[in-house]
Structure formats: C-alpha cells, structure tokens
Design a binder for this molecule. Structure first.
Ligand code: FRU
Length: 477
C-alpha cells in the first residue's frame, strides 16, 4: 500500500464517519439489502468466501453520490450474509495504472493469499472518452493475506497487450481455476463496435496469454461489460452485461442489459453459443457477478442500478445512491437459469400471516416483507401501498410504479405463460419479484410514501412475512 493509498483510505473513513448518522436517518435506507455507507455504489466486485467470511467488494465513489469522481473499491464482510461488517476501502485510485479509478474485477482464493484482479482506469489528456485512444484500461492485481488490506499491487496487462482489433474499452477481469490452470475473461469492444469476451490463460496467476475470443456470429451490442464464465449444474454459462442492444418489444427495455448464453463446446477452443436470456426484467439490475460458496452453491449478486440511466434516485440529495440485490442462488434446469433468494434470508423473517383470496383481500405490511403468492387463475392484481401495482393478465406480468415512487419510470413487462408463483421481496426502497421459482426476475428501486398495506385481487393465497433488518457494523479505517 503506497502513502497516497493510505491517506485516501483514511480520508474516506473520515467522510463516512462524518456523514453516516445524517444519511442513516433517510427513511429510504435499505433494511436487508447492501448499500453504500455514503456516496455512490455500483458493481459488486471480488465476491468470494475467504478466511471464514463472505467478501463483497464494490465500486464505490464515497465523495459523490451523483457518480462523478474517481471510483474506489469499498468492502463488506459477513460470515452468514446476515451480519455484515463494513471494512475500510480496499483499493484506492493511487497507482500510475489506476489513477482515475479502480474499476471492476474479481477474486481468486489461493494458498498464498487472496488475489484480486481489477481494471485500472487512466484517462489520457484531451478527449478521454474517445473510444480508440482516450484511456488506459489496465488489468492489475492486488494480493492480500487477510482480504482486508492489499499487501501488494501490480500491473499485469495494458492497452498494448490486448489484441490489435480492440478499442481502449477492455475491462472487468473475472478469474477462476480449472484443471490446475488459471483462466480470465475480460469484456471488450472492438474497433468495429462489436462486443466480445477475451479468454486468457495463465500457469502462475501473473503472466497471462490470450487464447480465445468469445462472441456471437452477428453483432450483439458494441461492448460486453462484466463477463463471467462458470459451470452451472453441468452447463457452461457465459454471462455478460452488453451495451448497445436495442429494445425489442418487451426485451432490452433498459439502456443496458445483462444476461447469459449457454456455451456448448470448449470455451478454450471451438464453441457455439445458445440463445441469450436476460437475467432480469426490472428497471435496476446490472453488472452481476457470481461465485461459488463453500457448500458448492453458485451465488450471484447484482447492482440494483443502471449506468447512464435517465433518472436520479431521490436518495442522491441525502448523500447516497444505489444498492445491491439480495444474493441469489442459481440453478440450470436444462433450458434456463433459475434465480431465487438465498435461503439464509429466511432468518430475517419475523411474524407472518396467511391470506386466501377469492376476489379482493387486503392486509397490513411492515416496512420490509417477503410475500409468497400462489396464483390460481390467469389474472392477478397486487397493490403494494401507494407505490406499485403488479398486474398479471393476457400472459403478461407488468410491474407498474406510480409517478411518485418511480421517479419518472412507469412500467416493466415480463412475458409469463402461466403465473403460478410470485415471490416479492419488498424493502423500504427496493422490490425484487421472483416469478415461478425464479424463471424470471424483476428488480427495481421504488420510493413509496406508504407501503403499509397489500391488496390482492384474483384467486389464490399468500404468506406474508415481515422482514427484519440485517446487522451492519462500521469498522474504522
Ligand atoms: C459496469 C462498469 C464496468 C466498470 C465499472 C466502473 O457498471 O461500467 O464495466 O469496470 O462499471 O465503475
């Protein structure tokens, strides 16, 4: 850790300590979702289980809730996904190769320590947004014995090391070990505006060779951010956050998307990609990252936000913006990925009531709720306080936000052939809808004035649990 890094770390700690109590009085602070202590947060990074804790690092702009300014890596740890400690910032933009931001990356657990691969962003003089030469996108490595502070940082790859046909948009290393070798995928944008994934291989975790490129036969977006590659219940999955995919009916409704291709063949050689499926159909879900928990579960966490969105969350004026989705367990059912909240969250349930409805029924809600609905007909209407309606009819499930709670966002639509089950995780300012055991998911921020009642119209039943808050301890930098 260099001197600048140490000073920046301390400065962030001081800003957090000064602003936290004011920020925590915001009624829209989340109860059971991770959120930045102060300032702005985006992608989850470096997800892993290391030394008895889950580690969630994150893209963090502690000084600017509007997302301007250089990005750091914030950090939380938890032994159980319920009791969290907010650790000092882990990476600061302070080396020559990351001066203007420590961008997204991932963790590799090794016997020599935790290896954290990240992108160092350097804006060059002049037009740094110029996609061909405007910036350095460096692949870098931090090694940490305890996962809390970086013991060393080094530059691994810079613009000149990537294949010739690329712009300067190459980033977001995701690294894993397989068959005694190490692999890394990097997201990239070619000079012809084609999104692709570079596959690298290494024997020593430090020297990397480009061995393959994964892309589609026809251009699918101009840039693929935050790539991930993993085997899920026997199926190889390539996940990514593509930019530049145009809206197509009820698909790709947001400015950017995220989703996955099943990959058949060998990611190191010959392969074909199956159809792309979006991971989420709500307003706010992007840049998800997966990791394998010690019990073998594949868990994903996504950013409950969207880059370059045309709205601002009202929390910005209170000094913070954005949150993470709850961790979700993934499975492959032979055709698609199913995503459901991890079972640990059930420990936050306190108090419950059951409702059977045939026609209209209303009941009370606490500030946080886990609502499990069994639907028995081809129409359903659920009203959540004064902020949202969920309407199912004509094989469409529509999440409707009111003007006030949506801040300019109105509705998102999922095509659902038969709605049997709907689970709603409702937090003070977040909604996650899991349709038919996670066949489809809709994630959104919302800002209701009241969320103290739920009204059902249709045929079915529901179990409504209150959700308590997770524990969060703030540790000193
Ligand atoms: C995705 C992303 C990544 C980048 C990071 C910067 O939201 O744009 O590609 O590494 O955010 O914060």
């Amino acid at each position: 850790m260099n001197a600048l890094n140490r000073d920046l770390c301390k400065l962030v700690g001081r800003v957090e300590a000064a602003d936290l109590s004011k920020i925590n009085s915001d009624p829209y602070r989340l109860k059971f979702h991770l959120m930045p202590p102060v300032g702005w947060m985006n992608d989850p990074n470096g997800l892993c289980w290391y030394h008895g804790n889950y580690h969630v690092y994150f893209q963090y702009r502690p000084f600017s809730p509007d997302g301007s300014g250089n990005v750091f890596w914030g950090h939380w740890t938890s032994p159980d996904f319920l009791n969290w400690t907010q650790q000092p910032v882990f990476l600061c933009p302070s080396d020559t190769w990351d001066l203007h931001g420590v961008y997204s990356g991932s963790a590799l657990v090794t016997e020599e320590g935790l290896y954290l691969y990240y992108t160092g962003n350097v804006k060059y003089q002049g037009d740094h947004d110029y996609i061909h030469t405007g910036r350095g996108h460096n692949t870098a490595l931090a090694i940490s014995k305890d996962g809390i502070k970086a013991d060393s940082n080094q530059l691994l790859l810079e613009n000149k090391d990537y294949p010739d046909n690329l712009t300067c948009h190459v980033r977001d290393p995701k690294v894993w070990e397989e068959d005694g070798r190490f692999y890394m995928v990097l997201g990239a944008r070619t000079k012809e505006d084609r999104g692709e994934i570079l596959v690298y291989e290494s024997e020593d975790k430090v020297n990397w060779n480009h061995i393959n490129t994964i892309t589609t036969p026809h251009v699918f977006g101009y840039m693929w951010e935050c790539p991930d590659l993993f085997v899920l219940d026997g199926q190889c999955i390539v996940a990514l956050s593509p930019q530049g995919v145009s809206q197509d009916g009820n698909h790709y409704q947001n400015v950017y998307s995220c989703g996955y291709f099943p990959l058949y063949g060998d990611f190191r050689g010959e392969y074909t990609l199956g159809a792309f499926t979006e991971s989420d159909l709500g307003f706010d879900y992007y840049a998800p990252q997966t990791f394998e928990a010690p019990d073998g579960r594949r868990i994903v966490i996504g950013w409950m936000g969207m880059p370059d969105a045309d709205y601002t969350n009202p929390t910005e004026k209170n000094g913070w913006q954005h949150g993470m989705s709850v961790p979700r367990e993934l499975h492959w059912n032979g055709e698609q990925i199913l995503a459901t909240p991890i079972k640990e969250l059930e420990a936050l349930r306190s108090g419950m009531h059951q409702v059977t409805f045939s026609g209209e029924e209303k009941c009370a809600l606490e500030e946080g709720a886990d609502i499990c609905i069994e639907n028995k007909s081809n129409q359903l209407h659920v009203q959540l306080g004064d902020g949202a309606e969920i309407v199912y009819e004509n094989n469409l499930l529509i999440l409707k936000l009111t003007d006030k709670s949506g801040y300019g966002r109105t509705e998102r639509v999922a095509e659902v052939k038969a709605l049997q089950k709907l689970r709603i995780l409702m937090d003070t300012s977040a909604l996650e809808l899991f349709i038919n055991d996670g066949q489809q998911v809709m994630t959104s921020r919302w800002y209701p004035d009241h969320a103290d009642t739920i009204a059902f119209r249709g045929e079915g039943s529901a179990v409504v649990y209150n959700m308590d808050a997770m524990e969060m301890i703030y540790s000193e930098a």
